[in-house]
Write a protein that binds this ligand. Structure first.
Ligand SMILES: Cc1cc2nc3c(=O)[nH]c(=O)nc-3n(C[C@H](O)[C@H](O)[C@H](O)COP(=O)(O)OP(=O)(O)OC[C@H]3O[C@@H](n4cnc5c(N)ncnc54)[C@H](O)[C@@H]3O)c2cc1C
Length: 411
């Protein structure tokens, strides 16, 4: 029995810092290896669904240390331009700046006892049944009993471990994202999340996420679509989008090249093997992103925490299901908690991307079926679990089962 296992966590984003905190609180000795120095930015809309505060009760009080903006209104627009406003009884989304939020999560890990090693750019990783070895670009070597790969969508660890060959262009979205201070770019309705589908193609989307002192504006589509169909550069695409939003009276100000950071989002669901033996993969590195909302922070934190629990259980042999490796315990745990919603998100994405008119249908129905939108809002707020929202929606619209089954069979 390894009472106090040693663990290397690679990447101090939401997945890695959450894993490092949970491991440290559980008695593990943790090194959190991060290639950057904090505070560092991560291109992201920074919209955190309130269910994260229910799932991670320590997070609410911790958020008081950074700037946040709470939002209770979502405007959803279909490709035809038809839109609907959904309102939640309490804020369903908190917007944060990742430069501040990720710094906070890393601090929480350090306060729990993790050793944060900045400027540690991992270039090599090996793991077997005895433990893990990681080598940084500058030659430093780190060894431990376990490893958590949380190095994001561009990470190298899954490839080094032979768990994933990398993302092809139809598996990731390219998101043109701009985060600007409100003096430069301002949402004219700062209390509404604005999301539009069908921008620049069937799989395209655009958004305005207001924050307390900043505004995030972005437009994105699958990288394969961008390469095949878009004839302008990423920044030209962004400038045109901001221009269109200004003409429509949705934002004031202008796009600025220095605030623009395009980045990739995995959109094809979890990778086939999310671990092997004592090496586990969490967050974007494992493809844990909702395939039609592109929400990833919540899933990164959940998988980080589940990876920590699997390692602690494995090290203590206190799990009744002996004989399972840490990777098997982990896969079992994430499939139970978030496997269903991630699988459904992929089916919904495929169903909607095949025909943009279907998104218009959803917008129209959202107006007519308030009971269903209330269920989705309750799920985003963490008031009801996904399984309950799903069951009640399918009972209301039984034909959806057949449509999704058809998509699943034709995939
Ligand atoms: C433009 C855009 C908008 C988005 N908007 C939202 C949103 O509004 N809400 C939402 O929930 N999700 C959103 N997402 C998704 C979300 O940003 C990700 O799902 C989330 O950041 C995943 O967290 P992570 O910890 O897995 O990875 P990351 O946040 O990418 O963290 C990975 C960490 O690993 C470090 N790292 C990488 N390689 C190495 C290495 N070799 N050695 C050491 N360290 C390394 C990086 O520096 C980084 O700190 C968006 C994504 C994009 C691109």
């Amino acid at each position: 029995m390894t009472v106090s296992p040693t663990v290397l966590v690679i990447g101090a984003g939401p997945a890695g810092s959450t894993a490092a905190r949970a491991l440290s609180l559980g008695g593990a000795r943790v090194r959190l290896l991060e290639r950057a120095r904090f505070p560092r930015n991560k291109p992201c809309g920074g919209g955190l669904t309130s269910r994260a505060l229910v799932r991670f009760p320590h997070l609410g009080p911790a958020l008081d240390r950074i700037t946040t903006h709470r939002i209770s209104r979502l405007y959803l627009e279909g490709p035809s331009g038809a839109g609907v406003v959904l309102t939640s009884p309490m804020p369903a989304v908190v917007t944060i700046r990742r430069a501040e939020f990720d710094n906070l999560l890393a601090r929480l890990a350090v306060e729990a006892g993790a050793d944060l090693v900045e400027n540690a750019w991992v270039s090599r990783a090996e793991a077997d049944e005895d433990g893990a070895l990681v080598v940084a670009r500058d030659g430093r070597e780190f060894r431990a009993d376990y490893l958590v790969a949380a190095d994001g969508v561009n990470g190298v660890v899954t490839r080094r471990l032979g768990l994933h060959a990398g993302w092809d262009e139809s598996s990731v979205a390219l998101d043109m994202m701009e985060e600007a201070p409100t003096e430069r770019l301002r949402a004219l309705d700062p209390d509404t999340l604005w999301v539009s589908y069908g921008q620049g193609g069937a799989d395209g989307y655009g958004y305005i996420f207001p924050k307390r002192d900043h505004t995030n504006v972005g437009i994105g589509c699958l990288q394969s679509h961008f390469r095949a169909r878009i004839t302008v550069t990423p920044y030209e695409m962004q400038q045109r989008f901001v221009g269109e939003l200004r003409r429509r009276g949705l934002v004031a100000g202008a796009s600025s090249r220095g605030d623009f950071t395009p980045y990739r989002i995995p959109m094809s669901g979890p990778i086939r093997r999310t671990g092997r033996g004592r090496a586990l993969v969490a967050g974007d590195a494992g493809g844990f992103v909702n395939a039609y909302t592109a929400e990833g922070i919540y899933y990164a934190m959940v998988t980080g925490e589940l990876a920590a629990r699997a390692i602690l259980a494995d090290a203590a042999f206190d799990d009744p299901r002996r004989g399972m490796t840490a990777a098997e315990r982990y896969e079992d745990a994430w499939r139970r908690e978030i496997g269903g919603e991630l699988r459904d998100s992929l089916l919904i994405q495929r169903y909607l991307f095949r025909d943009p008119a279907r998104i218009d249908g959803i917008v129209r129905n959202a107006k007519a079926c308030r009971d269903v939108t209330d269920l989705i809002i309750a799920y985003a707020m963490g008031t009801i679990p996904y399984s309950e929202a799903r069951w009640r929606i399918l009972r209301r619209f039984p034909r959806v089962v057949f449509r999704l089954a058809r998509v699943a069979l034709s995939a």
